[in-house]
Design a protein around this ligand. Structure first.
Ligand code: NAD
Ligand code: MG
Length: 350
């Protein structure tokens, strides 16, 4: 078993091992002692893994299952989780467990942050993306009708357990979203990780890849837990990617948008002379090798208006993350008035 210590306002371990779900109870009791658990999960994950987890936790474990999907990430579902906690007389000594992808983790975490003004929670991410991204770092929340993740709180979990065997039941495009976010860590910080992922077909090394991504995320969270500096680098590919996702009417997966967004950032970086030539081509090949889309089928003007509603915008400035070379990126603030010309370069179909 690999254990990575996340040194945030609350320090905790991220434990990674194939099959770790079978011994979850023992590991959770070692951290939380004699607490009562409530497992929050969704309708896809529940038939696959809920019983196996509850078997290791004991008879007085409560559970709450909601319909799978981003469309459930609402104040209404959040309210239902809280009501359920109150209904089973959950106390401050008890512990919420998020079993599922990022939707489950974000909402269960936010419920834990709010119930009785805060109870502990444990993350058991079951998607590649949630294992390397959302389960570590303590951002929790729900969507509002005006946009994604607009209400939430910072609450670090007390433990994260990652069982990469659970990724085997993921639909391929959902697994590939994790690959796009993993490539992002490579482009930001780690050329060797990028090269390993760029070859595709890395399932044999999934444990060590998850471990490396979590180490990188943990280092960023340690430096900037509350998202005022270095953590913003993790938005690489997200400003362009969100715009593409939004223009597709969200028919593109988020990870697919991030992949295309990184390629767009690379094109802009090359054109501005920030990147060494060839970066865009390396990213393009890595995406293709991992069955991720590379084409941006939308015109610059439409993308520009989608990007202007980005919540990362501050007044009349938008900070893009651009690429110097694989393993090194830089924040690059631009006036909103420059966005259209930048978007034209980004959306060129090279
Ligand atoms: P998700 O939770 O919707 O999971 C994707 C799909 O896979 C769902 O249909 C789910 O039911 C299914 N699923 C999950 N595990 C499975 C398994 N092992 N086998 C089969 N099916 C399984 O979404 P996600 O991609 O994991 O995460 C996206 C969410 O995470 C978004 O809401 C995003 O805002 C959030 N997020 C949060 C952070 C953060 O820092 N808190 C970071 C990134 C993303
Ligand atoms: Mg993302």
């Amino acid at each position: 078993m690999k254990a990575i210590r996340v040194d945030a306002s609350r320090a905790y371990d991220v434990c990674i091992e194939r099959g770790i779900l079978q011994k979850a109870g023992t590991l959770m009791r070692a951290v939380k002692g004699n607490t009562r658990f409530m497992v929050v999960t969704d309708s896809n994950v529940s038939p696959l893994y809920l019983d196996a987890l509850v078997d290791t936790l004991g008879d007085n474990t409560a559970s709450f299952v909601f319909p799978a999907g981003e469309q459930s990430k609402t104040l209404s579902t959040f309210g239902n989780i809280l009501e359920h906690m109150a209904g089973v007389a959950f106390t401050r000594a008890d512990t919420v467990v998020a079993l599922g992808g990022g939707v489950v983790g974000d909402m269960a975490g936010f419920a834990a942050a709010c119930y009785l003004r805060g109870v502990d929670f444990i993350q058991i991410p079951t998607t590649f993306l949630s294992a390397i991204d959302s389960s570590v770092g303590g951002k929790t929340g729900v969507d509002l009708s005006a946009g994604k993740n607009l209400a939430g709180a910072f609450l670090q979990p007390s433990l994260v357990l990652i069982d990469p065997d659970t990724f085997q039941t993921l639909p391929t495009p959902v697994f590939n979203e994790g690959t796009a976010e993993a490539l992002k860590y490579g482009v930001l910080y780690d050329p060797a990780l990028f090269t390993q992922l760029a070859g595709g077909d890395f399932n044999e090394n999934i444990e060590s890849i998850v471990q490396r991504c979590v180490e990188l995320k943990a280092a960023v969270v340690h430096e900037d837990e509350f998202d005022r500096g270095e953590r913003r680098m993790l938005n690489l590919g997200h400003t362009f990617g969100h715009a593409v996702e939004a223009r597709s009417g969200f028919s593109l997966y988020h990870g697919e948008g991030v992949g295309i967004g990184m390629l767009m950032a690379a094109r802009v970086s090359e054109r501005l002379g920030i990147a060494v030539p060839g970066v865009a081509q390396s990213i393009r090949e890595a995406l293709l090798q991992n069955h991720l889309p590379t084409r941006c089928a939308y015109d610059a003007r439409a993308l520009c208006s989608a990007a202007c509603v980005d919540k990362k915008r501050m007044g009349d400035t938008l900070t893009l993350i651009l690429i110097e070379h694989i393993g090194k990126c830089v924040p690059y603030p631009i006036p909103i008035s420059d966005l259209l010309s930048i978007m034209k370069v980004a959306a060129e179909d090279a």
